[in-house]
Ligand binder design. Structure first.
Ligand code: ADP
Ligand code: MG
Length: 212
C-alpha cells in the first residue's frame, strides 16, 4: 500500500498550502481528478520527489520515501507526451528502463518480452517516429514494465489519443496494474477513464484530496 499523509506544500507566493492525503492499494488504479490548475500535477511531483513537501509522510509498504531523490524512489512517472527518443527503435527506447549491469543478450530478451506484453510483439526494430500515438504510449509502458517499480504515476496519459486507442491503452494499464501488483495513480479529467479503471477516486477540492 502507498500512503501519503498530509503532504503540505506551497509554491512561492501562495498563501494557502496544498494538503494532500491519499491511499493507493497494490493491484488497483487510484484516480485523481480536479479542475485545471487544481494541483493534480503538483500532487504527482510531490509523490515522485520532484517537489518536496514541508511536512507530511509518504510510505510504500511501510517504507518512508520522502528522504529519497526521484531516481531512487520505487516509482515510475508516465506523462501525456512521454519523452521517448523519436530516432531510436522501440527496443532502444524500452531498454532504457532496464537497470545497468545486465548483459546484452539478456537485455534483448527482456525487452522483447516486455514489448510483446504491451502488444508490440515483433516491433522491436521499428523506429519510434513511425509509431502511432497509442503505440508510443505502449513503448513507454514497456519501459515502465522493465523499470519494475511498484508505483506507477500517470499524468493525463491518454489525453492525446483518439477514443478507440484511448480505451485500448487504458485496458492495458488496468491489466498490467493487476498482473504486476502496481499501485497505479491516474490523473485524469475523463470520467469514462475513471469509471473504467479506478477502484478509488479522489477529487482535488480547495487544495485537498477528497475521496468520492
Ligand atoms: N513552478 C510553479 N511555480 C508557481 N506556481 C506553479 C508552479 N507550477 C504550478 N503552479 C501553479 O500551481 C497550481 C497547480 O498547478 P498544477 O499542479 O500543474 O495543476 P493541474 O495539474 O491540476 O492542472 C496552478 O495554479 C499553477 O499555476
Ligand atoms: Mg497537470
Amino acid at each position: 500500500m502507498l500512503i501519503a499523509t498530509d503532504l503540505v506544500f506551497s509554491y512561492p507566493g501562495q498563501t494557502e498550502p496544498y494538503r494532500f492525503s491519499l491511499e493507493a492499494e497494490a493491484g488497483e488504479v487510484t484516480a485523481v481528478s480536479g479542475a485545471s490548475g487544481s494541483g493534480k500535477s503538483t500532487l504527482l511531483d510531490l509523490l515522485s520527489g520532484f517537489l518536496t513537501p514541508v511536512y507530511g509522510s509518504l510510505t510504500v509498504y511501510g517504507e518512508p520515501l520522502l528522504h529519497l531523490p526521484p531516481e531512487t524512489r520505487p516509482i515510475s512517472l508516465l506523462l501525456q507526451a512521454d519523452n521517448l527518443f523519436d530516432h531510436l527503435s522501440a527496443a532502444e527506447n524500452a531498454v532504457l528502463g532496464i537497470p545497468k549491469g545486465r548483459d546484452k543478450a539478456e537485455r534483448t530478451q527482456l525487452v522483447a518480452q516486455a514489448l510483446a506484453e504491451v502488444g508490440l510483439g515483433g516491433m522491436d526494430e521499428q523506429i519510434t517516429s513511425t509509431l502511432s500515438g497509442g503505440q508510443k504510449q505502449r513503448v513507454a509502458l514497456a519501459r515502465t514494465l522493465l523499470r519494475a517499480r511498484p508505483v506507477l504515476l500517470l499524468d493525463e496519459p491518454f489525453s492525446a489519443l483518439d477514443d478507440t486507442t484511448r480505451a485500448s491503452v487504458r485496458d492495458l494499464v488496468a491489466s498490467l496494474t493487476k498482473k504486476h501488483g502496481w499501485h497505479t495513480v491516474l490523473v485524469s479529467h475523463h470520467s469514462d477513464d475513471i469509471a473504467a479503471l479506478a477502484s478509488r477516486h479522489y477529487q482535488i477540492v480547495e487544495k485537498k484530496l477528497e475521496r468520492t
